[in-house]
Design a protein around this ligand. Structure first.
Ligand code: OGA
Ligand code: MN
Length: 311
């Protein structure tokens, strides 16, 4: 039996009573899955997993994503981590030294400090992420999580009805540009490999049946709205969904493993003194299907909102 300590009745729980260095019996994994379906974020202290053990545990949830680093912006270059299946969430280079201020890897990872959900810029996004901490900073560098089910539940019904119809355009380069990364001059090959993708704005979580907002700083616009209306609505939703009452902050300790469900939460890293070392690695599970069908077509901006803009 797992030892589960909820932080709030429905969001974030601490989980003890298992050892991720060993293969989990199916019954124990079922308990982890049930806990994740209910709490959306699980904190597992004292799990000193190596890369292979972390990946093996992640595979219990389904097929894994391949990290973008080795396949795209760091292609062919030596990496700090051995396995290309893991994302390097650190401020260290391949030799273990601090990254320079202008290092591409640092600039790309800075977007992790914006509210987001992992890989929503992929047609089939991430379902579950599993982050393991090797080196932590004493101050700052927390990770915050926001409950998108609670945010959805708190919206007035008329607004819920409107939002349920909407589809958002998620773009990897949009969130990079927001943190100062020069997304204009990236190689064409990157842009072709990472084109903008549509995602539903409201999702139903398969494990709980609960609806949630599906928001991220990767969202560039909402289809069917003109730019001004789209930006205004996105900003309003982002501010609302990240009000303190929906947010939990995790302060890291070495060997913490944190599991979160990207389908119904957002997260962001908090700033820290970058002369300090911070090293984590993430295994990421792929969702089972795109959130909008392959044959979906973008609607034109509505005449109503266009008229409002012309006025
Ligand atoms: C991530 C992420 C934030 C952090 O690993 O996906 O966004 O605090 N991390 O490092
Ligand atoms: Mn992330």
């Amino acid at each position: 039996m797992l030892d589960i300590t909820p932080i709030t009745p429905d969001f974030v729980a601490e989980v003890r009573g298992l050892d991720l260095r060993q293969a989990l019996p199916a019954s124990l994994f079922a308990e982890v899955e049930a806990a994740l379906n209910r709490y959306a974020v699980l904190v597992l202290p004292g799990q000193a997993v190596n890369e292979a053990q972390q990946l093996a545990f992640a595979r219990c949830f389904g097929p894994l994503e391949v990290s973008l680093g080795p396949s795209l912006y760091n292609a062919g270059r030596p990496r700090r981590l051995d396995d290309a299946g893991l994302s390097d969430i650190s401020n260290l280079d391949e030799t273990g030294d601090l990254l320079g201020k202008q290092d591409l890897r640092r600039l790309i990872n800075l977007s992790n400090q914006l509210w987001h959900t992992d890989s929503s810029f992929k047609r089939t996004p991430a379902s579950v992420s599993i982050l393991s901490a090797q080196e932590v900073v004493r101050e700052g560098g927390e990770t915050e999580f926001a409950d998108m089910r609670a945010a959805w539940d708190a919206l007035p019904p008329q607004q819920q009805a409107r939002l349920e119809e909407l589809v958002a355009e998620h773009d990897y380069f949009h969130s990079r540009a927001l943190t100062g990364f020069d997304a204009i001059s990236v190689p064409d090959e990157w842009k072709q490999r990472m084109p903008p993708v549509p995602q539903k704005l409201v999702r139903v979580h398969p494990g709980s049946g609960r609806k949630s907002l599906y928001l991220a700083s990767h969202i560039k616009r909402l289809y069917g709205l003109d730019d001004a209306a789209s930006r205004a609505l996105l900003d309003e939703l982002m501010s609302f969904a990240t009000l303190p009452r929906f947010v939990h902050q995790h302060h890291w300790h070495v060997d913490d493993v944190v599991i979160w469900d990207n389908r119904c939460t957002m997260h962001r890293g908090r700033p820290f003194d970058e002369s300090q070392r911070r090293a984590m690695r993430r295994a990421t599970v792929m969702d089972s299907a795109p959130t909008v069908p392959e044959n979906w077509r973008a609607p034109a901006a509505s005449s109503h909102t266009r008229a409002a803009q012309d006025a």
